[in-house]
Design a protein. Structure first.
Length: 576
C-alpha cells in the first residue's frame, strides 16, 4: 500500500545567526532574548540554552529575587529548571545545550529553527480532497479516492468512563470508518486508540509511531489488531500508485504523542493532534489545512490534586487555556496555512458523579480561538467542524462546505451512561484483590517513590483498606493496610529520606478494571477517576510513564468488561 522513499530534509531558510555581548557581565546566569547562558569565573561562556519549556513550549522566566539564583520557571504550568545541572525539577528531563562560538566578549549562536520538507519533488497536481469530521479527533481525509481516517473513537466513553462525546458521531460514521484504506493512531490514549471502536477494525491497515516503549503497538496488538505498522518519526512514505506522501512527527515534549503531515500536489494537511510543540516547532513551510486540539481540560491536573487551593486551580486552568491559544498562534506564525480546523476537544464529563469536574473544568471554545486568530492572523480562516461536517478542496482551494443531515449514532443520556458504569461496578464487585498485589510486584518498577493507594466509592470516600506500595528497593513491596494507617504514614513524610510520596484515591471499579486489563494508569487521572496528593508537590514522571506506556497491554483485553454498548448498536455496526 505504501513504501518508504526517504526522510524529511531541513530547509534552513529560518535559521539565523544571533549574537550577544558579555562585556561587563558578572559570572553566573544571564538572560538574553530567547536564551539563558552561564558565565564562569574565567569570563568564558560555559553553556547556552533556549528558554523554551520542554513541557509545552512556554517561555522559561528567570527572577532570582523570587525563585532563587539557580531556578528558571515556566509560568504556564509551573515547571522549574535547575540551572545548576540543567535538569527540570518536575520531571527527569535535561535541557539540551546550544552550540555557540565566543570571540572575546562576543558570543554567536544559531537559533536552531528550520522548516522540514519532503525529500522528493511532488507533482504539481490539484487533487480532489474531502475532509469529513466524524467525532472528537476522528477525521476522514479522502484524497482522490484514497481514504485515511485518524484516531477513531466513535462509541462509548473513554478514560475509565470519565469522557463522553459532546457531539456523538452521525449514523454514517462507522461506514466511513470501515471503508477507510488506512487508519492513523497518534498515541495510546483511549480517545485516540479506543478498544471498543477498534474491535470492529481488527483487519484494517494501521499506522502508528514507533515509540521507544512500543506503547501504541502493544495496545493495538492486545485489542487483536492484525495489520499494525509502526513507523519511525520523519520517515517519508508514498502511497503506491498515488501522488500522496506522508510522515509522522514527534511531540516536542517528553510525552509519547505525535502528529501527521500529508501532501498531495498543491494540497497538504498537518494534524498536530494533542502534541505539545510538535517536532520542536520545526514544521513544513506550508500546509493548506492545519488541525490541532484547542480546548484544554484534557487532564486531571489541577482539579484532581489536593496540593492546590481553589484560586490556584483557577489560575492554572486559565493559564493553560491561554497557553494553548499561544501555542496555536506560534505554529501559525511560521506555517503558511490558509485554514485552521480545531478538533480533538469535543468531550464532556457527562456522568453525574463527575459534576464537580464538569462545573469547574473550563475549556476554550471554537469562538474563543476564532476571536484571537481573527485579530492576529486574519488571513487564516477557521473551519468549524460542528457547523459544517465536510470540506471539499480542489488542490489548495476550498470549494465547498457541507452540513451532513443524519441522525446521531446514539444519544449520551443518563441511561446510556449508567449502562457502562453500572456494568463495570457489577463485573468488578467481587474482584480478587490478590491480583492487585501481584500486579505491582510483577511490575519490577524501581524509583524513589512510595505509593499510598486508597480504593474509594464514587465520591472518593475511602474503603476500610488500602495498599502501601514501596518502589524503592530491587523488589516491589506491597502491604495491605487500613486507610487510617495509610493516612498516618503519609503524613509522617521524612524529607531526609529523599523519597517521594504519592497518595492516590481511586474509584474502586475503575482501578480494578485497570489492573485486570493492564490499561494505562494515566487513564485514571485523565478520566478524573482519582484524587491525588503528593509530597513533594512534583510530577512523578517515571511512575506515570512506566505504568502508562511500559507496563501495559500484557494480555488481550477482556472486551466484555470494557465494551458495554447495547446489542442493538453493536449489531447495527456489524451489519454495515
Amino acid at each position: 500500500m505504501f513504501s518508504k522513499i526517504g526522510q524529511t530534509i531541513k530547509d534552513l531558510s529560518l535559521t539565523k545567526n544571533k549574537s550577544f555581548n558579555i562585556s561587563g557581565k558578572d559570572p553566573g546566569y544571564h538572560v538574553h532574548d530567547d536564551i539563558f547562558y552561564k558565565i564562569n569565573n574565567d569570563k568564558k561562556v560555559e553553556w547556552v540554552i533556549n528558554r523554551t519549556c520542554d513541557h509545552a513550549g512556554g517561555m522559561l522566566m528567570y527572577n532570582p529575587k523570587v525563585l532563587g539564583d539557580c531556578i528558571a520557571k515556566c509560568p504556564n504550568h509551573g515547571w522549574k529548571l535547575d540551572l545548576k545541572n540543567l535538569r527540570y525539577k518536575n520531571v527527569n528531563v535535561k535541557k539540551k545545550k546550544i552550540k555557540f562560538t565566543q570571540k572575546k566578549n562576543k558570543v554567536t549562536y544559531k537559533n536552531g529553527k528550520f522548516f522540514v520538507d519532503l525529500p522528493k519533488k511532488i507533482k504539481n497536481t490539484k487533487p480532489k480532497v474531502k475532509i469529513r469530521f466524524l467525532a472528537h479527533a476522528c477525521i476522514s481525509i479522502d484524497i482522490d479516492g484514497f481514504k485515511i481516517v485518524t484516531d477513531p473513537w466513535l462509541i462509548g466513553p473513554c478514560f475509565n468512563n470519565g469522557w463522553w462525546h459532546k457531539y456523538p458521531p452521525k449514523s454514517d460514521s462507522f461506514k466511513i470508518l470501515k471503508d477507510a484504506d488506512l487508519i492513523y493512531i497518534s498515541h495510546n490514549h483511549p480517545d485516540h486508540l479506543h478498544p471498543e471502536t477498534l474491535k470492529f477494525l481488527k483487519n484494517k491497515k494501521m499506522i502508528t509511531p514507533n515509540f521507544s516503549s512500543k506503547s501504541s503497538q502493544k495496545m493495538l496488538k492486545a485489542i487483536g489488531c492484525k495489520n499494525i505498522n509502526a513507523l519511525n518519526f520523519q520517515d517519508v512514505f508514498k502511497i503506491n500508485s498515488k501522488n500522496i506522501f506522508f510522515t509522522i512527527f514527534k511531540s516536542g515534549d517528553f510525552r509519547e504523542d505525535s502528529g501527521l503531515f500529508i501532501k498531495s500536489g498543491e494540497f497538504s494537511v498537518l494534524l498536530a493532534v494533542d502534541s505539545k510543540f510538535l517536532n520542536g516547532g520545526n514544521l513544513p513551510k506550508e500546509s493548506t489545512v492545519f488541525l490541532s486540539s484547542f480546548a484544554t481540560g484534557a487532564s486531571g491536573f489541577p482539579l484532581c490534586f489536593s496540593n492546590y487551593s481553589k484560586n490556584e486551580k483557577k489560575k492554572i486552568l486559565r493559564n493553560t487555556r491561554i497557553s494553548k491559544s499561544i501555542e496555536i498562534e506560534m505554529i501559525l506564525k511560521n506555517l503558511n496555512t490558509k485554514f485552521f480546523l480545531p478538533y480533538a476537544g469535543f468531550f464532556e464529563e457527562s456522568s453525574i458523579r463527575d459534576k464537580y469536574i464538569k462545573n469547574n473544568n473550563a475549556k476554550n471554545s471554537i469562538d474563543d480561538i476564532k476571536k484571537r486568530l481573527n485579530k492576529k492572523y486574519p488571513k487564516v480562516k477557521v473551519l468549524n467542524p460542528i457547523e459544517f461536517d465536510e470540506y471539499f478542496f480542489q488542490g489548495n482551494k476550498l470549494i465547498e462546505r457541507k452540513k451532513i443531515i443524519y441522525r446521531k449514532l446514539y444519544k449520551v443520556n443518563k441511561k446510556y451512561i449508567s449502562s457502562y458504569i453500572d456494568t463495570i461496578k457489577q463485573n468488578y464487585k467481587n474482584f480478587n484483590e490478590k491480583k492487585v498485589i501481584s500486579y505491582f510486584k510483577k511490575s519490577k518498577f524501581k524509583d524513589k517513590l512510595k505509593l499510598f493507594l486508597e480504593l474509594t466509592d464514587d465520591n472518593f470516600k475511602s474503603n476500610k483498606n488500602g495498599y502501601l506500595v514501596d518502589f524503592t528497593s530491587n523488589t516491589v513491596q506491597v502491604k495491605k493496610l487500613k486507610s487510617s494507617m495509610l493516612n498516618k504514614l503519609f503524613k509522617n513524610f521524612n524529607y531526609e529520606e529523599k523519597i517521594n510520596y504519592l497518595n492516590l484515591k481511586v474509584r474502586k471499579e475503575s482501578f480494578f478494571m485497570t489492573v485486570d486489563n493492564f490499561l494505562p494508569f494515566e487513564d485514571l487521572l485523565i478520566g478524573f477517576q482519582c484524587r491525588v496528593n503528593r509530597i513533594p508537590n512534583l510530577y512523578n514522571n517515571n511512575f506515570w510513564h512506566y505504568f502508562s506506556n511500559v507496563y501495559v497491554a500484557r494480555k488481550h483485553f477482556r472486551s466484555e468488561k470494557i465494551c458495554f454498548s447495547c446489542d442493538t448498536l453493536n449489531q447495527t455496526i456489524l451489519n454495515l
